[in-house]
Ligand binder design. Structure first.
Ligand SMILES: Nc1ncnc2c1ncn2[C@@H]1O[C@H](COP(=O)(O)OP(=O)(O)OP(=O)(O)O)[C@@H](O)[C@H]1O
Ligand code: SF4
Ligand SMILES: [Mg+2]
Length: 376
């Protein structure tokens, strides 16, 4: 059994060896490089990593939102091969089974239609595949099912704790606050009773208090409806608060996965350790230092382990071979050669304390022993 299969008992969504390349005038940008992940039934899974590590591209590849990219790999939802589906079949699945919530609430709603029109359309037409314009207009204006759909939209606004739902139905998005727009998007995503939600940083464009309220709301709805959630976030605090399991992403690859509690208690990958060591503390002490450097560029990504130019533990092997994903017990896997050493070598296994020392420039801390090289 592979590591992807062993970490999830009853997968609803399984992605295997996903690659996404973008071709541009200067060459091929290999952004997603063999990502595998699974989301179990009723499970809340977070994908976390720095900005630019490929979280949104992964989500968009799953949801067919990357028209110009070259996408390969296997994507299975509830036993169905997503890539074998016609556009119509996929659109029906997206409307009914698998719903999404995007990052920026203001730009995700159409400014020229009222909230009522947008939600009622979703309730009436969502999950039915593409509808011809004539049929759309006929059903919209002959009242066939329209009133029932409108009522469902109002009920759903109530469920996401929207104040004065009837008034909100008559409003345009620009008349609402960011937090209210985010609630509308959550209501829209839930209108057709999906089994799974994919959420790309919902609420991060909002201030901290409203963001917190949105997370609490999402958490409640997920529990009450027994939904699966794939939550994308650059904020480890969000991952910690909401998820059962975390995938840490770096440079278009998954570098570690573990149950949320375990990954915070004992992170194994040097990158995960660096991320956790970078979380600012409110209890005094020095301001945490971040990890030096930035995510790799994807036109000529580093050879071997894509993290090697920033990793304090890197050595020759890290540049010459892609690290294997090494299982660490039943529910954890880490993509690092240090967990796959021959018995006659004894390189130190990374710990968060040693990684923190390295980030602080401690004289006895591990230091990278080589320069970066890139794929040609
Ligand atoms: N259409 C595209 N063509 C070329 N490169 C792209 C395209 N879309 C995204 N990328 C590149 O893919 C990389 C990953 O982008 P992505 O949006 O997935 O990052 P992210 O992890 O979601 O970051 P953030 O936390 O900032 O949202 C970036 O370097 C970006 O420039
Ligand atoms: S030790 Fe090597 S393989 Fe492990 S994270 Fe560092 S660079 Fe990558
Ligand atoms: Mg993103």
């Amino acid at each position: 059994m592979s590591w992807e299969e062993s970490v999830v008992d009853d997968p609803l969504l399984t992605i295997k060896d996903l690659t996404v390349d973008f071709e541009s005038f200067d060459g091929i940008h290999k952004v997603i490089d063999g990502v595998s992940l699974s989301v179990g039934r009723g499970e809340v899974v977070a994908i976390a990593g720095e900005t630019g590590c490929g979280k949104s591209v992964t989500m968009k590849a799953i949801l067919r939102l990357l028209a110009t990219a070259d996408i390969n790999g296997e994507m299975i939802y509830d036993g169905q091969d997503l890539q074998a589906m016609s556009d119509r079949e996929f659109s029906m699945l997206k409307g009914r089974e698998m719903s999404m919530i995007f990052q920026d609430p203001m730009s995700s709603l159409n400014p020229v239609f009222t909230i009522g029109e947008q939600l009622t359309d979703t309730a009436q037409f969502g999950g039915r595949g593409t509808t011809g314009v004539l049929e759309y207009l006929k059903r919209k204006y002959t009242g066939n099912g329209r009133e029932e759909a409108r009522q469902r939209a109002i009920d759903m606004l109530r469920e996401v704790q929207m104040p004065d739902p009837e008034d909100v139905m008559e409003s345009y998005p620009t008349q609402l606050s960011g937090g209210m727009c985010q609630r509308v998007l959550i209501a829209q995503a839930l209108l057709n009773e999906p089994t799974m939600l994919i959420a790309d940083e919902p609420g991060t464009a909002l201030d901290v208090t409203i963001h917190d309220q949105i997370l609490t709301l999402l958490k409640r709805l997920i529990e009450e409806r027994d939904l699966s959630l794939l939550m994308i976030t650059h904020n480890l605090g969000v991952a910690r608060e909401i998820s059962d399991r975390v995938y840490i992403m770096y440079g278009g690859r998954i570098v570690e996965t573990a149950p949320t509690e375990d990954i915070f208690a004992e992170p194994k990958h040097p990158y995960t350790q660096g991320l956790i060591a970078s979380i600012p503390r409110l209890t005094g002490g020095e301001m945490a230092k971040g990890i030096d450097g930035s995510v790799p560029e994807y036109l000529n990504p580093p050879n071997g382990c894509r993290y090697h130019p920033r990793c304090p533990y890197a050595y020759e092997r890290c540049r010459s071979e892609r690290p294997p994903m090494v299982e660490q017990g039943a529910t954890t896997a880490v993509e690092c050669v240090l967990y796959d050493q021959p018995s006659d070598t004894a390189r130190e296994i990374p710990t968060i304390e040693r990684t923190r020392q390295a980030m602080d420039g401690h004289p006895e801390a591990p230091q990278p022993t080589m320069e970066s090289e890139t794929d040609d």
